[in-house]
Design a protein around this ligand. Structure first.
Ligand SMILES: Cc1cc2nc3c(=O)[nH]c(=O)nc-3n(C[C@H](O)[C@H](O)[C@H](O)COP(=O)(O)O)c2cc1C
Length: 147
């Protein structure tokens, strides 16, 4: 069965990582977007992200992914406030991931994957959630995929 890379990005870093991971794993690749409007201005974006965390919000996902052809999902996102963006909660709550393996990958300014582990472990999902990895550099991607 094929694998697929699903990624959420605001400024393109996670997109670049996702494309490399898709190429290396021979996966399909699709961007996950939301109808929520995220400001381009960094300070406004930071404020918006904080507002979503404080409100325990679930941003609406535009896409209706059909994962029936896939066994493994590589799920990419930036670290926001030492945790996954709230849309990642939306992802796990929207899609039934029974019998799927999800391998998360992050990009960040400096945080390692471990900062978001407690949040990932609390996601409401039937998926088999594997340990993830940081993917800012080619080396991190190579090491992460080798796990
Ligand atoms: C709202 C917000 C919060 C962030 N919080 C963190 C953080 O806690 N730790 C960190 O290392 N980087 C943090 N960053 C930096 C991003 O994780 C990093 O720039 C990421 O690669 C951006 O991915 P993107 O280009 O795919 O959107 C934050 C960025 C934003 C916009």
């Amino acid at each position: 069965m094929k694998s697929i890379v699903i990624y959420f990005t605001q400024s393109g870093t996670t997109k670049a990582a996702a494309e490399k991971i898709a190429a290396k794993t021979d996966s399909d690749i699709v961007e996950m977007t939301t109808s929520d409007v995220y400001p381009d201005n960094f300070d406004d974006l930071v404020a918006k992200a904080k507002e979503q965390i404080d409100g325990n919000e679930r941003p609406v996902i535009n896409e209706d992914f059909d994962f029936s052809d896939y066994k493994t999902i590589y799920l990419g996102f930036p670290i926001w406030y030492q945790q996954p963006p709230m849309i990642i909660h939306s992802f796990f709550e929207k899609f039934d991931l029974t019998d799927k393996t999800v391998i998360p990958f992050i990009t960040s300014g400096s945080s390692s994957f471990s900062v978001c582990e407690p949040y990932m472990n609390n996601m409401k999902t039937n998926a088999k959630l594997e340990n993830g990895f940081r993917s800012n550099s080619d080396l991190e991607i190579e090491e992460g995929l080798a796990l």
